[in-house]
Write a protein that binds this ligand. Structure first.
Ligand code: G6P
Length: 612
């Protein structure tokens, strides 16, 4: 997704901007650019493709300056071309923009009538012309920006510079993430704090509607032209570590970090045999009153929610619905009082999930209904965490690979902690079941480590997928969502068409797809559905399908002709979805590497989808 970096300093800013853009590469993009103020003029360079192309051009032109803005673009309006790449300019104004200006057509017509000529197909260019136009009535960039912002409809973050005021950078946050990086005698902006970690670990998290004026020695934040104060927060070291280390890809590193990430996530909530006294204490009253849970999420986080639905209903008898945020927000859902609206998100900035959350809050207020909102999220400083009543953090550390891995398994661990907590408050969980789930949670990191030892065997199997066009993933119960997640992983990074199905649904359609050339991946933990699943496997084999089975070591499933089996260590059925995520992640990873795709930054995808 698009990324913004900007800054003002005494030193040359172009290297800082470029390092920042490199750190945003993981988010996915198709072109990059920067603009600097040099000797009272805007100098601009934009290139299609990787940041490396931009670096080459900037180096050969010896561009430098003390004030600048830079951008990685993920095309929404107009193809990935040089003209459509940011920054966009009008006169001596340059602008970078994340998000979407919804009324840009109307503004464009108005500006064209005033004589402004557009050189791109983007919605962003209207902002550059609007600011330039406003500067005809005021000599001050901040005032010009404050005048035009109310005219922009949509969700956006902006960074704006003007050659006539070479000592200030103006930034706007309205519905799209933006942070200020606080330095000493230099200050920065970015859509993602990771971009600024080489220069600072002190950040101001802007709020919706904030307009900022950065100078070398000052940071002023305005809400409706009134100066306001926002606290500076310091990041700790774990958030700051984001290198690949010995691993070939971030995704592989993150897969192998899962035992530690899950351990961290559960350790915040559990002591040896109990939930810690202070764990989610603030929510005790709310959990006591809730009658149901509505989970809202996108992508992999949605799959975590699907697993949790089984857990909430089976373990503590609490009704739970799960829905994709992009559907939920537009179908005018009925708001039910005493519901816990639970958003799950790695980033906490996903546009659809945030919009759904805000709609729920607005409608509940209008209808005078008491509801509670909660986030399960990996980013403590995210919009979602700030805007919900309660939150539970997944302590996975930064996840860089676009395909989510450790964020998913830590979400599952966090969700199980929440099930235990709500069950405890409502007195709806049997003591022995609670004990056995807590024990199983503590045991999970060890089983994850053992499961990761199957890596070499899974690599061998992955060689059989390299030439395939299609693949089916099957599971039952809590492993139906894991089948969906396995199919999503394979699609995302290897570009092989994959479907996840509930194995019991096989004969209602997908069985027609099964032939000699269709690999079928089966998730076979030892649970009450195992015998039913074995029958589904027979159905596939009878039609010539080739099975790749991840099976419990005591499942009595063994390799035979056209049936490959990887044995997974025995694990409590409640925590099995966490464990069975590992083999599907490793399989997708190895297939993608063998097919030579860009594993960490797959084509057309973005890590954090901050536009609709
Ligand atoms: C993008 C990412 C996925 C992620 C989804 C939801 O599509 O590529 O990996 O699952 O967004 O993101 P969130 O940050 O809300 O979990």
């Amino acid at each position: 997704m698009c990324g913004i970096v900007g800054g003002i300093a005494e030193r040359n800013i172009s290297e800082i901007l470029i390092e920042g853009l490199k750190r945003l590469e993981y988010r996915g993009y198709d072109s990059a650019g920067l603009a600097l103020i040099d000797h009272h003029h805007v100098v601009r360079e934009r290139q299609v493709g990787k940041v490396a192309n931009l670096v080459e051009a900037v180096t050969s032109r010896h561009l430098h300056g003390n004030l600048g803005i830079a951008h990685t673009r993920w095309a929404t309006h107009g193809k990935p071309t040089q003209n459509n790449a940011h920054p966009h300019a009008s006169g001596e104004v340059a602008v970078v923009h994340n998000g979407i200006i919804e009324n840009y057509q109307e503004l464009k017509q108005e500006l064209q009538q005033l004589g402004y000529v557009f050189s791109s197909e983007t919605d962003t260019e209207v902002v550059a012309h609007l600011v330039n136009h406003a500067l005809k009535s005021t000599p001050d960039l901040l005032t010009a920006v404050q005048t035009i912002v109310p005219r922009l409809k949509g969700a956006y973050a902006l960074g704006i510079i003007w050659a006539q005021q070479p000592d200030e950078l103006i930034a706007v946050r309205e519905g799209s993430p933006l942070v200020v990086g606080v330095g000493i005698g230099e200050h920065f902006i970015s859509s993602d704090q990771l971009a600024l970690l080489p220069v600072t670990n002190r950040f101001i998290y802007l709020e919706e509607g904030d307009i900022v004026r950065l100078k070398r020695n000052s940071i002023e934040i305005f809400v409706n032209t009134v100066l306001t104060h926002r606290p500076v927060k310091e990041l700790d070291a774990t958030v700051m570590s984001s290198s690949k280390g010995e691993y070939k890809h971030f995704m592989l590193k993150e897969i192998f970090e899962q035992p530690e990430a899950v351990q961290q996530t559960i350790a915040q909530a559990l002591d040896a045999e109990h939930l810690k006294a202070g764990f989610l204490e603030k929510a005790d009253g709310a959990f006591d009153t809730i009658q149901q849970i509505q989970i809202i999420a996108c992508g992999t986080s949605y799959h975590a929610g699907m697993v949790a639905k089984y857990w909430f209903e089976q373990i503590i008898g609490l009704p739970c619905q799960v829905e994709i945020a992009s559907e939920y927000r537009y179908r005018h859902p009925v708001i039910v009082a005493n519901t816990l609206y639970l958003c799950i998100s790695q980033s906490g900035e996903t546009a659809d999930s945030l919009a759904a959350l805000r709609d729920v809050q607005r409608h509940a207020k209008q209808q005078h209904k008491t509801i509670f909102t909660m986030a399960i999220c990996n980013v403590a400083t995210s919009s979602m965490v700030r805007e919900t009543d309660f939150h539970l953090l997944t302590l996975a550390g930064p996840e860089i690979g676009v395909a989510s891995t450790k964020a998913f398994t830590t979400q599952l661990a966090a969700l199980m902690l929440l099930v235990l907590k709500v069950g405890e408050i409502k007195n709806s969980i049997a003591a022995d079941l609670k004990q056995s789930v807590i024990q199983a949670l503590w045991h999970t990191p060890k089983v994850l480590n053992e499961t990761l030892k199957n890596d070499a065997e899974i690599l061998r199997l992955s060689e059989l997928f390299v030439e395939k066009q299609h693949c089916l993933f099957l599971g039952r119960g809590t492993h139906f969502p894991i089948a969906l997640e396995g199919a999503l992983k394979l699609k995302e990074i290897s570009y092989i068409h994959a479907e996840g199905y509930a194995a019991g649904e096989l004969k209602h359609g997908p069985l027609a797809l099964v032939d000699n050339d269709m690999p079928v991946v089966i998730l076979a933990p030892k649970d009450e559905m195992l015998d039913k699943l074995k029958s589904n496997m027979e159905e596939v084999q009878a039609r010539g399908g080739e099975l790749f089975v991840f099976a419990d070591e005591h499942s009595d499933i063994h390799a035979k002709d056209r049936q490959h089996v990887v044995h997974i260590p025995a694990v409590s059925e409640w925590l099995a979805p966490i464990i069975y995520s590992i083999p599907v992640q490793l399989l997708s990873y190895h297939v993608a590497v063998l097919r030579g795709t860009d594993v960490d930054q797959p084509r057309n995808l973005a890590k954090s989808v901050t536009v609709e």
